[in-house]
Design a binder for this molecule. Structure first.
Ligand SMILES: NC(=O)c1ccc[n+]([C@@H]2O[C@H](COP(=O)([O-])OP(=O)(O)OC[C@H]3O[C@@H](n4cnc5c(N)ncnc54)[C@H](OP(=O)(O)O)[C@@H]3O)[C@@H](O)[C@H]2O)c1
Length: 283
């Protein structure tokens, strides 16, 4: 890659950010699509986001991705929000506009649904989402907007109730009783951090006994790629969708917004990310 004065710049702001696979993904897409662009990791400590965004805009960056712990603050700092960002209550993609303003988007939910569609999953019927954190909110909003009837179970029930009130849709069910609801669902989504490498174990085999044969099971956790939930679902003969496709799909809109080209989400892109994850990286 040759960087010149004309090279378009973007990056990912996080704390920490050294583990991020986004630079590898976006720089691969630049090379693959012949885009004169570069994407860099930008470690920005809590409290320094506003100054960092102002500086990057002044330095001519096209925009940035924003990840943990800055997504909610980015939501408050930008000048304009997309409908998806408003629904998610968070911003993960910012475009610096030529008029000096910042436009914030949240691509997690649309990326999740795009990945399901790429796996030929019908966006209809009843979906059960486990979790009510930041990622769950984006996923639930996108499923509701796609026309699904969404049940939500979260360990902390109040958090799920607040989410339903904020989104104006979805139905809360008890965390302890979610397996009872499976029989009438076409989709089960784990949007909690259960299954994440290094986190506490959970038994998924018993709850999945109630799952109907045609149900799809999706996990948004992708480290490990085959989570304990997906392993149990496969053993039960159910269709599974892992979290890596969501990671790739949610990145596409940012690349298009900054560099003007809609990038491929093909098998080669997936292989590139898998290689990085096996070497210990994350999204
Ligand atoms: N594939 C992708 O592109 C992508 C994108 C974004 C996030 N993610 C993954 O999504 C996961 C959640 O991220 P987030 O930002 O939503 O985190 P978050 O806001 O911290 O929410 C965590 C969620 O997990 C639940 N939880 C945590 N430990 C639990 C346990 N032991 N038992 C039951 N529930 C538990 C929490 O329930 P309580 O409310 O009760 O605490 C909450 O619903 C992370 O693992 C992240 O890596 C993937």
């Amino acid at each position: 890659m040759t960087i010149s004065g004309k090279t378009m710049l973007a990056g990912v702001i996080g704390w920490p950010v050294s583990h991020s696979r986004s630079p590898a993904l976006h720089n691969y897409w630049c090379a693959r699509h012949g885009v004169d662009g570069a994407y860099v990791p930008l470690p920005v400590a809590p409290g320094a986001l506003a100054a960092a965004l102002k500086g990057l805009m002044a330095a001519g960056f096209r925009g940035v991705n924003v990840t943990i712990p800055h997504k909610e603050e980015a939501f408050r700092l930008v000048d304009a929000l997309t409908a998806a960002a408003k629904r998610a209550g968070a911003v993960n993609t910012i475009r610096f506009e030529p008029d000096g303003t910042m436009r914030g988007d949240c691509t997690d939910g649309t990326g999740f649904v795009a990945n399901l569609e790429a796996h030929d999953c019908a966006m209809s019927g009843q979906a059960l989402v486990l979790g009510a954190g930041g990622a769950a909110r984006a996923v639930i909003a996108a499923l509701l907007d796609a026309g699904c009837d969404v049940l939500i179970a979260n360990r902390t029930r109040d958090r799920a109730e607040s989410l339903v009130a904020a989104l104006g849709g979805g139905t809360v069910i008890d965390w302890d009783r979610w397996p009872d609801a499976l029989a009438r669902c076409t989709l089960l989504v784990n949007a909690t951090s259960l299954g994440l490498a290094g986190h506490q174990d959970h038994d998924w085999t018993a709850p999945l006994r109630e799952a109907p044969a045609g149900m799809t099971v999706a996990d948004i956790v992708y480290v490990p790629l085959e989570t304990p939930l997906l392993r149990a679902a496969k053993a039960r003969g159910l269709k599974t969708v892992d979290g890596l496709g969501m990671l790739i799909q949610q990145a596409r809109a940012g690349f298009a917004a900054w560099f003007g080209t809609w990038p491929d989400a093909d098998a080669e892109t997936r292989v590139l990310l898998l290689r990085g994850l096996n070497e210990g990286g994350q999204g």
